[in-house]
Write a protein that binds this ligand. Sequence first.
Ligand code: GLY
Length: 421
Amino acid sequence: MNVLVVGKGGREHAIAWALEKSCLVKNIYAAPGNPGIESLGQCVPIDAEDINGLTKFAQDKNIDLVFVGPDGSLEAGVVDAIENIGIRAFGPTRAAAEIEWSKAFAKQMMLEDNIPTADFSVFTDVSKARNYVKERGAPIVIKVDGLAGGKGALVCNTLDEALHALEDIMTAKLYGKAGSKVVIEDFMRGEEASIFALTDGKNWVTLLPSQDHKAINEGDTGPNTGGMGAYAPAPIINEEMLAEIATRIIEPTITGMRKRGRIYRGVLYCGIMITADGPKVVEFNSRFGDPEAQVILPLLENDLMELALSVSEGKLCSKALSWKNKTATCVVMASQGYPGSYQKGKNISGLDFLNPMDDVFAFHADTALKDGQLITNGGRILGITALAEDLQSSISRAYHAVEYVKFDNQYFRRDIGAKGL
Ligand code: GLY
């Protein structure tokens, strides 16, 4: 079969890597892909949200399945467009993906369907939002309604911070259209985990629980990023907790979406806070997490293509998936300055040293090739993943591998996985 992976990050490299192992897959294409994916298939210069370009390419190359990675493509309606031309797509339609691209929609659904989450209110008027914040007090969480690259949730520890956040979002419009509406919600105390369910809209199966590290600095401090590292399985989610999340959150969400005529197919990402009152939803995302995909997919023993086909055809029958009896840790190597401003175009070397290492992977994110030389091309550059028999060993192996990778102005957190020990 021919498969087209849409996207260009570490997540999409991990997806392409897992698909390439399938005996069902003959050719892998990626739009637009990255130099890492290029070693597995062919990258084509089509933007991940270019509906016309993607549909035309899928038809021309007889693509059997389009695997959509990024949230922006789902919001743009790539799945709808691909399915409209009679080609299978992995991922929710635009209407179903609203669970991610509108935080207000997701919160309203949770309220109506009794899915546990923090109390909240939605505002389009800045003075009403200010009054609400003053009434509730700090700490408090302010979220832009739309997509913001993982940077749209602001945890405000003081009233002053919260009022500033409202000014930035609603008056200065620093988040553009995504911030034309805000969700203000109570701060939840606890530890956060990422739980993924593969679903065909009715049947579902959970993936290994993982934890990512969203903050830029060690000790989970500083501004949020797209994710600075991850590990799986996360011991904080034992079987009993996973069963509770499944009953109280996953099942009612999939049913709730179906009830609303928005059949949800693909991967449902539940960002869960483990609070003293049990698990509560922080947010839903409509795609694989990044970097979580970079630790989960290398541990998966099932054929990803087979699973993706059954999800897209509405025939998911797996009751449980098979996993390697190992732990995976991914350390994201970024450009100094990210998530603020940073320099690009730095030469990357040392990846060749990782090739002979068993169960060590360098997933490319923002890399590019210039005159045959691999260079940095953005904020998050590479995800270095290592598998080992336990968490401590996988952390040590990942950091050992990171030592080989050289580029100027590199930055990475040194405590990835430590919270799981
Ligand atoms: N790791 C966070 C995200 O993918 O949204």
